[in-house]
Ligand binder design. Structure first.
Ligand code: C2O
Ligand code: CU
Length: 507
């Protein structure tokens, strides 16, 4: 296995004191490796004096390296200004991933693609030139630091919906391909808030990979939903005609829609194809609406490729029920997203001197994260139910939950309140993934039921199943930047005694 070395320098954009960039690029540079290579990533914090950060390699399993997982104060101390931290970990599993800052809302702009190649892959197709498409949202009307202050402040202040959606940092992204060719196209949901739907006019997609997991090819998908943290690889085939210009469109779903909530891009055949100056004359792709997306998702669209990846159907050894609610802070002015009523006092983080993982490893008591920590044991099959509820403003939001250190199977979904006595899976061939949306199935903004009286009413649930096979301390959280910053996470404490990390012991 080879060592692959990268340096990521994190600094502010030249035109903004709060936009965080990696190597002055947006998106950050591509990190690539072959499966099981050792990635060595030096991260240099060039931000101002009091800004800390960590980097998370989203979807990497980090087996025996939970201290490289980038969860600040939990698995490592944050990298302070002027300092460098080197992440060393195995590139595993193979597939389409990304990395991003795991501090505050820095990841609105501080992210980049991470590809782990496997020689065993079932296709032999060119990647599209320019690499994966990373979708993101941006706010031109407010800056990131102001947003962070507002989110956890008293009073709570919401900076509103994004002003734009971007593809690879651009509002009018142009993808130039050859005619009559099959390509592998990788799609990365790097948004901070938005769940998007994406399609290309007259170019249906064949989905072959979901969050890095190979699936039986699923053809004829005209538009694809990507929540924050989700990835797909799809095959597209260009037509025989030598010239052509086709609209690509990205639009927001599952939020109240701002006026310019869609982003237009262009697929053109060869650089000779003329792009019209007025794109609105081009026909638009048909993008699925929320009803279609929910149906598609609940209808078990993908099927696992390898029998090894099949979900164990015998019942689980343990089930955790996570009630996700939005509530006021004790002063009645701030907002938090709580899980089973737990809140974390952020101010207390300042007194932390060693990451929680090391305290656990060394057998020290630490109370800070106690209320958000859930214990699991090696080789158990664990089910986790996330119960969605209506927020303070009467709206039920959807929440893409991301698991660190594991992939999981989506066992079942439902609307309203989860009922324990109906344990059968509603999905027959669940696919291993690391990010799954807990949908808003009722009381969403598009119903007439929007009233503050609905606060905390159940509005949909998702149950996931996973095998406990990775000793460490792992975050499980809503991937919406604002929500995880407002505490929407738990920690899984997994057999710390089985850790054998030399480097951890020395720390
Ligand atoms: Cu991509 Cu903890 O997140
Ligand atoms: Cu959320």
């Amino acid at each position: 296995d080879q060592r692959r070395e990268y340096t990521l320098t994190v600094s502010y954009a030249s035109n903004s004191s709060s936009t965080v960039l990696i190597n002055n690029q947006f998106p950050g540079p591509l990190i690539e490796a072959e499966l099981d290579d050792i990635l060595v990533v030096h991260v240099k914090n060039n931000l101002l004096s009091n800004e800390e950060l960590t980097i998370h390699f989203h979807g990497m399993l980090q087996k025996q390296t939970p201290h490289m997982d980038g969860a600040a104060y939990m698995t490592q101390m944050p990298i302070s200004s002027g300092k460098t931290f080197t992440y060393v970990f195995r590139a595993n599993p193979a597939g389409t991933y990304f990395y991003h800052s795991h501090s505050g809302l820095q990841a609105v702009t501080a992210f980049g693609p991470l590809l782990v190649h496997d020689k065993q892959k079932p296709w032999n197709l060119p990647e599209i030139p320019g690499g994966p498409l990373l979708f993101s949202d941006q706010w031109l009307t407010s800056d990131r630091l102001t947003q962070e202050v507002g989110l956890i402040g008293s009073p709570f202040k919401w900076e509103g919906e994004p002003t734009d959606l971007l593809i690879n940092g651009q509002r009018n992204f142009v993808m130039t391909l050859r005619p009559n060719t099959k390509y592998l196209l990788r799609l990365i949901g790097a948004t901070s808030l938005s769940t998007i739907v994406f399609g290309i006019y007259q170019h249906p997609m064949t989905v072959v990979e979901v969050d890095g997991t190979l699936i039986k090819p699923k053809p004829n998908v005209n538009s694809l939903e990507l929540a924050s943290g989700q990835r797909y690889a799809v095959i597209i085939e260009t037509k025989k005609q030598s010239q052509g210009v086709f609209l690509m469109e990205t639009a927001i779903r599952w939020r109240a829609l701002p006026a310019n909530s869609s982003c237009i891009g262009v697929l053109r055949y060869g650089s000779i194809s003329q792009i019209p100056s007025d794109l609105s004359i081009l026909p638009r792709p048909t993008l699925a609406n929320e009803t279609d997306l929910l149906k598609f998702s609940f209808n078990n669209p993908y099927e696992t490729m390898f029998s090894l990846d099949k979900m164990p159907t015998k019942s689980s050894n343990r089930e955790y029920f996570l009630l996700a609610t939005q509530d006021l802070t004790s002063d009645g002015l701030g907002y938090r997203w709580k899980i089973n009523n737990a809140v974390l006092d952020m101010l207390q983080l300042q007194s932390v001197t060693a990451p929680f993982l090391f305290d656990l490893y060394n057998g020290n008591q630490q109370d800070l994260f106690k209320n958000v920590t859930y214990v699991v044991e090696q080789n158990e099959i664990v089910d986790i139910v996330i119960q969605n509820t209506v927020a303070l403003n009467g709206v039920c939001e959807s929440h893409p939950f991301h698991m660190h250190g594991h992939k999981f199977w989506v066992h079942s979904y439902g609307s309203g309140m989860y009922q324990k006595l109906k344990p059968t899976a509603s999905i027959s061939f669940p696919v291993l993934r690391d990010t799954q949306t807990v949908y808003a199935t009722q009381y969403a903004y598009f119903t007439s039921n929007r009233t503050a009286n609905n606060h905390r009413l159940p509005c949909g649930w998702t149950k996931i199943r996973m095998i406990v096979d990775n000793p460490g301390l792992w975050m499980f959280h809503c991937h919406i930047g604002a929500h995880s910053y407002m505490d929407m996470y738990i920690l899984l404490k997994e057999d710390i005694a089985h850790l054998t990390m030399e480097s951890l012991a020395q720390h």
